[in-house]
Design a protein around this ligand. Sequence first.
Ligand code: GLN
Length: 306
Amino acid sequence: MQKILDNIAAEMARETDRGKVADYIPQLAHIDPNQFGIAVATPDGHMYAAGDASTLFSIQSISKVFTLTIGLGKLGDTLWTHVGREPSGDPFNSIVMLEHESGRPRNPFINAGAIAVVDAIMMGHKPKETLGEILQFVHLIADDESIRFDHKVAASEMAHKDRNASLAHFMKSFGRLRHDVDNVLGTYFHQCSIAMNCQQLASAGLYLVSNGVDKHSGVRVINEKRARRINSLMMMCGHYDGSGEFAYRVGLPGKSGVGGGILTIAPGKGSIAVWSPGLDHVGNSKLGLKALERFVQKTGWSVFAE
Ligand code: GLN
């Protein structure tokens, strides 16, 4: 495994077409696109890593997997009255389908869906308590209490919130959100700002590799049925309008973020985190996708093969 990762990192270092760093969040615009990291955590406790696997980056939309898990744990199937579970085929920040579906977002991984999920898990709590709960959850699954929010990134998104604020207000106009829009957005931007490295992220994904059980503590994070369903959603919706391409080329459940990270789950085998900040035209890591494609070619890991 180590050799496979070293080879992939060496190959990616030679790539010249690295995509474009997300600059609509000014705090992310300065990140050096010439970085690449990959880490694999396996349920037997091994960690393999290559390249810039210990450099922190903004997990952005990968956090939506964690808030979905928290939301399902808290609300159970009632969560599906707040958000749907169909692929959208639209960009991550699209407003289009909201009008057709009475303000109910198509799935928890597009921005509108994640905003609706965080609104749902805020019920009965102050925004700060919800943030504490999200961070505590990430500490548990990553087995690492050093993980923090990047308040500068969150503030940068708040200062350029117009698109997400539009989504939130539009949903609220249909009676979909229960809390003050700025409080919901503040919570959402903080969850997106969580800074992690590939090793921490691979470690955090292990509960989805292992039927919902946290391998570090033995604690059941979510029941087996729901863990399987989160993986299904990642497969169908984890890369927005690039989800079909990701399923075709990688064949594993995955979730991307505009920080350039991708968390990928090979059930029973391992959790793979890749990071390279340059994005393709739909906002997914360009080298991340390429590296994962190589990885599954070399390991044969797929949910569609033995
Ligand atoms: N925080 C980002 C946003 O709301 C998340 C988008 C993403 O990672 N695709 O625009």
